[in-house]
Design a protein around this ligand. Structure first.
Ligand code: HAM
Length: 415
């Protein structure tokens, strides 16, 4: 039988126990940390009208040109599975009107990009992202970067580096484009085919080409800040000064451009040594996006959660271990005991004790085997005799000892 129709799509995976416990722990820690900075959660739809992304991310970006899952729905509308979270949050903020100024929002959820799957690169992946709206201000950029490092430390991460750069303001673009083009033109023939195309369409993207031959040429190009206005350079200097003041180690990487077009001023990326070729744990920056009749200024970042999990497994293995938990397995000998245990299990669960029991009235041996498999620390056994006496037999699974306990004392004994 051909079962391929019932496999998940390439680059998309099911997330389940036991790893899901680690996801939940990271998410809980993130919610706690982000609340300290006044962020609240927003859950936007996974599907948006395509224009939400094309207008904000930029028509010439790889994400828009090659990676979006775009389709026409039954009403003839062009829709897209969100490839990132910023555009949808801005679309939401548009509806907030003046309230959006100063809004601090975070999101956790799946994103979709039709890229070639490989280790650390999925077609459905998950981001934890934050967006803080408000006029450009180096202090806001520094605070969000510091918050991100606070979060990574709360997860127990150590082996990461922070690279920072500036994209300047839109008014800098003609001079930056011209300056880069003049410097790169003599090497045009030696650039890869992709970069020869980028030279015409989006010359900044030459700077982050991964091919070694291009990297050597790029290393010899002047930094883009050389072509920017004094205002843009001062903005970067101020962000760096503030970061140093608050003890955040950042280094300027003149080759860092980021793959999305909405960025202005500060951009940054965090890499982690455990991630291999896809080593970007997170990317962020300040942006300016016009949607409808409104221009949004904001600063934010998104962390790839699959990659965060890989990094935590390396840096903080104790977090990845299953938390021991109290668990009782109820063994029932006979139909009357099963009914009584069903009721008892409900009572215990209401008091916060995790319980399991065999509902199929199997043999004692089969029930004990199930108890073993469950990892329960205590087994509670009842048959006609215990029912008559108002007791239960408790078996300690660690040392095998057994004891009769009056029902009235059970909760106290378990706790
Ligand atoms: P991004 O750099 O495109 O930025 O994505 C952020 C992070 O998502 C990456 O650093 C990576 O960890 C993860 N990621 C991206 N693509 C994949 C993939 N195919 N598989 C696994 N993980 C992936 C943004 O999306 C911006 N919206 C970030 C931002 C928010 N800037 C300002 N606010």
């Amino acid at each position: 039988m051909d079962t391929s129709a019932f496999q998940p799509m390439q680059g998309m995976t099911d997330l389940a126990a036991p790893e899901i416990a680690l996801w939940q722990r990271l998410e809980a820690e993130a919610r706690r940390t982000l609340a300290l900075y006044g962020f609240t959660e927003v859950r936007t739809p996974v599907v948006e009208q395509t224009a939400v992304f094309t207008r904000s991310l930029g028509e010439t970006t790889d994400v828009v040109q090659k990676e979006m899952y775009t389709f026409t729905d039954r009403g003839g509308r062009s829709l897209t599975l969100r490839p990132e979270g910023t555009a949808g949050v801005i679309r939401y903020a548009l509806g907030l009107g003046v309230e959006s100024d100063g809004a601090r929002l975070y999101y956790i959820g799946p994103m979709f990009r039709c890229e070639r799957p490989q280790a650390g690169r999925k077609r459905q992946f998950h981001q934890l992202g934050v967006e803080a709206f408000g006029a450009p201000n180096p202090a806001a950029d520094a605070e969000i970067i510091a918050m991100q490092l606070h979060l990574l430390e709360a997860w127990g991460l150590k082996g990461f580096t922070l690279d920072l750069n500036t994209r300047g303001v839109p008014e800098d673009r003609p001079a930056v484009t011209q300056g880069l083009a003049d410097a790169a033109r003599p090497h045009l023939g030696a650039l890869c085919a992709d970069c020869q195309r980028r030279f015409e369409t989006n010359i900044l993207r030459l700077l982050d080409c991964k091919k070694e031959s291009c990297r050597q040429i790029v290393a010899g190009l002047p930094p883009t800040t050389q072509f920017m206005s004094a205002e843009s350079r001062q903005y970067l200097d101020e962000v760096l000064r503030l970061l140093q003041k608050i003890g955040v180690p950042a280094r300027v990487n003149p080759q860092l451009v980021r793959g999305l077009d909405y960025y202005v001023h500060t951009v940054w990326e965090i890499r982690h040594g455990a991630l291999g070729a896809q080593d970007a744990l997170s990317g962020g920056g300040r942006y300016r996006v016009t949607m409808g009749d409104k221009t949004f200024d904001g600063v934010g970042f998104a962390i790839g959660l699959e990659r965060a999990i890989m990094a935590v497994q390396k840096d903080n293995p104790t977090l990845t271990q299953e938390q021991p938990r109290l668990m009782v397995w109820l063994v029932s000998m006979g139909a009357a005991a099963l009914t009584a245990n069903l009721d008892l299990a409900q009572n215990l669960r209401r008091q916060g004790v995790a319980c399991g029991l065999d509902l199929a009235a199997r043999s004692m041996k089969a029930q004990m085997r199930a108890a073993n498999k469950s990892g329960a620390t205590t087994v509670l056994i009842r048959g006609d005799q215990e029912l008559e006496q108002g007791t239960v037999t408790l078996k300690n699974m660690a040392d095998g000892t057994q004891q009769a306990v009056p029902l009235a004392e059970l909760t106290a004994r378990l706790m």
